[in-house]
Ligand binder design. Structure first.
Ligand code: BGC
Length: 764
């Protein structure tokens, strides 16, 4: 690994100069440099220390006297898991008025998919295939969080995840690096209010840098052992894109990659991130991860662990206290290390300056603004819009949408239909269950009062309790239609929620079997934070909506879709396998010598006991309308370095219902010096089309977007044919073509990180 990374060092990778760059070489010392000169060693180390408001991850912004003494002494740079304009304002006052140098504190929290107005979980937001929706959600989260005194969020999580057993798959954008990069950029821009930090921003954190999502077996915190090519082509592109988008902060991952714990991975952190990518923001450790270098067995003691992390350019120690307690002596005696410390301090001070904290430390502490912003009606409205965009129609045997005018009675079955907590999902910041419009409430509000609505839990997703099924079945039998909500409750996905089984919890399977056995019309609402293996359900249920964990407006969004006020158009950002044993399972697999053959059970890349196809493919999602893809054209047959090709197609809504459609562009390099993936996403656009309306969608690709990481450790664009497809999913390709790349040349950046320009034009 290290050897390969060294190769990367000599590769021509573009150096991106970000706003935070340029530590050295300033002619006139600026404010942060002047400040640095006045700081004692203790005060410098203090800036590197992040402490928690509470003992655990619970929130506590009112700190005790001993903690306030630490602030006065300048021994703390930042607090996490704190919030509230007023209590944090008081704390900030202590820092700026009562500490010797008056350096303000940074206040941080995991504001992941909303602060008080909780939006869909990130995996669901990725299903919108609409970066502008993600950006809007992040912006609103930032408006609320900054009003509540926060400067910094530990989001977005942009780890690519291809193993659905990993519980944290819910926190990211799924399996694809191109989609992941677009969503990373959207979120960074949304949180920060643009791609440079400025006063009032909520600083974004790209996490967890490098390949945390590649944990072996999907077991959280486990080692990753990916090839250098997979690292460069799959796991790093969203991070490169986030760095370019100006993310003020990065977080190093807990795990090791091929034996090198990321917190001590000098090559990756200092080498790739800072030197080759030119990113000079604030790099924070994960929770206690510096101390965990001892567990990894790469440091003998805490001092050694601290030095490894500092050397790798980890600026801030989240919670572990290693920098605080064990670094000073080692640094004091060593001028080279003092320089590393000074650099880290400067990076932290600079972020504080960019956020405006030196000039207006109280700007984030206006309780009236806080009261106005939290759960503001327009924030709820946006949460509803994003939630309905996140819903994916997996299957529909002409059952949906339901026509309220024809309904007399509806049964809403399933404990999750009344479980507000589960709608909030993992990392709910200040979200509250009582804020949630549950599915039962949403359905009740959407239907005329003459419709009889009955409900029952039937079975609890948290345990094996199924004694309520008989009562539920009576209601099903007595109703025109049943809405059955089943799946994972909020506690089954998220950090340290890895599962060895992707099937529905047993009680939910039993409930579904009983309800479907009645033969009555049933719409299944799936609630989950990961792809599930639902072969039986997929076969038996007439209609299935993937509703993830949709946030505070879950019920209204679901009702909008159920009763046809909104045509679903979300797409799966992850493949749904047919069985747990099929994971890792993803669409963008390499070409092999014996490609999987649907008709041959033996001798090709497949399982004997499963079809070769996914249950539901990456990019899959139906709607209430139909679309014709036609008139494919391309601007050229060949492209060279610096040139681009425009690929255009006309999409017509022929289904008679206004609906969005997500148009997807896939590519393949069919003959290269190394085996390439059979399909790679390189463009997508969610477009709105009225009934009968047509639009022309043009994708502009450059050869550099076809580069691969060569065995020599560089981005290489090889001359030769490239095939492309445009379609409605990775398994529903509607039109295709090809073009030539005229000259072999080197690329400058991870190919999947580069955005494809898309233009949508109307016909009159
Ligand atoms: C998680 C991070 C999170 C941090 C602070 C850690 O356990 O891995 O993603 O930001 O805690 O809450």
């Amino acid at each position: 690994m290290l050897r390969l990374l060294r190769h990367a060092a000599v590769a021509s990778v573009a150096v991106v100069v970000l706003s935070a760059a340029g530590l050295a070489g300033a002619q006139t010392p600026n404010r942060t440099e002047i400040l640095l000169k006045k700081m004692t060693l203790e005060e410098k180390v203090g800036q590197l220390v992040q402490r928690a408001g509470g003992r655990s991850k619970s929130l506590n912004s009112r700190l005790d006297d001993a903690e306030l003494e630490r602030v006065r002494a300048g021994s703390v740079g930042s607090y996490l898991h704190v919030a509230g304009a007023e209590p944090l304002g008081r704390l900030q006052k202590v820092a700026v008025e009562e500490s010797r140098l008056g350096i303000p504190l940074l206040f941080a929290m995991d504001v992941v998919h909303g602060y008080r107005t909780i939006f869909p979980v990130p995996l669901a937001q990725a299903a919108t295939f609409a970066p502008d929706a993600e950006e809007r959600a992040a912006r609103i989260a930032a408006e609320e969080a900054t009003a509540a005194g926060l400067h910094w969020t530990f989001a977005p999580m942009i780890d690519i995840a291809r193993d659905a057993r990993w519980g944290r798959i819910v926190e990211g954008a799924g399996e694809d690096p191109y989609l992941g990069a677009r969503m990373a950029v959207a979120q960074v821009g949304g949180f920060q209010g643009g791609n440079a930090l400025r006063p009032g921003s909520l600083m974004a954190t790209a996490k967890h840098f490098g390949a945390y999502g590649a944990a072996i077996g999907g077991r959280d915190y486990n080692s990753a052992d990916v090839s250098e090519r997979t690292l460069q082509e799959v796991y790093l592109p969203p991070f490169y894109a986030a760095a370019r988008a100006g993310a003020g902060s990065f977080m190093a991952a807990f795990n090791d990659i091929a034996g090198v714990p990321t917190t001590a991975n000098r090559e990756l952190l200092r080498g790739t991130l800072r030197e080759r990518w030119g990113w000079q923001g604030l790099l924070v450790s994960d929770w206690g991860a510096i101390g965990e270098l001892l567990n990894h067995g790469v440091a003998e003691d805490r001092k050694g662990a601290g030095l490894l992390a500092l050397d790798a350019s980890v600026d801030m120690d989240m919670i572990g206290g290693v920098y605080a307690d064990d670094l000073k002596d080692a640094i004091a005696k060593d001028p080279a290390r003092l320089k590393l410390l000074d650099e880290a301090v400067l990076r932290i001070l600079r972020v504080k300056e960019q956020l405006g904290l030196f000039d207006k430390p109280m700007a984030y502490h206006d309780p009236e603004r806080e009261a106005r912003e939290l759960l503001a009606p327009e924030h709820r409205e946006a949460a509803r819009a994003v939630a309905r965009q996140s819903i994916v129609l997996l299957k529909n045997d002409k059952l949906l949408p339901l026509d309220p005018a024809r309904l007399k009675s509806v049964a809403v079955i399933g404990a999750l239909a009344t479980d507000g907590m589960s709608s909030l999902g993992s990392w709910r910041a200040q979200g509250k269950a009582e804020d949630v419009v549950t599915v039962l409430k949403g359905i009740t509000a959407a239907l005329p009062t003459r419709v009889k609505i009955v409900s029952a839990a039937g079975a609890d997703p948290r345990n094996l309790e199924t004694s309520g099924i008989a009562a539920a079945i009576k209601l099903v039998k007595a109703s025109d239609v049943t809405i059955l909500m089943i799946g994972e409750d909020y506690d089954l996905s998220g950090e340290s929620r890895s599962r060895s089984n992707l099937e529905l919890p047993p009680s939910q399977i039993e409930l579904a079997r009983a309800v479907l056995a009645t033969g009555k019309p049933v719409v299944v609402l799936l609630a989950n934070g990961r792809p599930l293996a639902i072969t039986e359900l997929a076969e038996k249920a007439p209609a299935i909506l993937e509703t993830w964990m949709l946030g505070v407006e879950a019920g209204n969004a679901v009702a909008d879709v159920l009763f046809g006020a909104y045509s679903p158009a979300g797409r799966l950002p992850v493949s749904f396998p047919r069985a747990t044993g099929a994971v890792p399972f993803y669409y963008s697999v390499n070409a092999t010598g014996r490609p999987a053959d649907p008709d041959l059970a033996k001798d090709t890349v497949r399982y004997h006991d499963l079809p070769i196809t996914p249950q539901y493919a990456f990019g899959h999602g139906l709607s209430y309308s139909e679309f014709r893809y036609g008139d494919l054209s391309q601007s050229t047959q060949s492209v060279g370095p610096g040139e681009r090709i425009d690929i255009a197609i006309t999409i017509e809504n022929i289904g008679g219902v206004a609906s969005d459609e997500v148009v997807q562009l896939y590519v393949r390099d069919p003959v290269a010096s190394i085996a390439r993936p059979v399909l790679e996403l390189r463009g997508f656009k969610r477009i709105e089309l009225g009934a009968g309306q047509r639009k022309r969608v043009t994708f502009s690709l450059t050869p550099e977007q076809l580069a691969f990481w060569s065995p020599k450790g560089q981005w290489l664009v090889e001359a030769g044919r490239i095939d492309f497809w445009i379609g409605a999913s990775s398994a529903d390709l509607r039109a295709n073509g090809s073009f030539e790349i005229t000259r072999t040349h080197t690329g400058t950046a991870p190919a999947a990180a580069l955005p494809t320009r898309v233009i949508v034009s109307n016909f009159n």
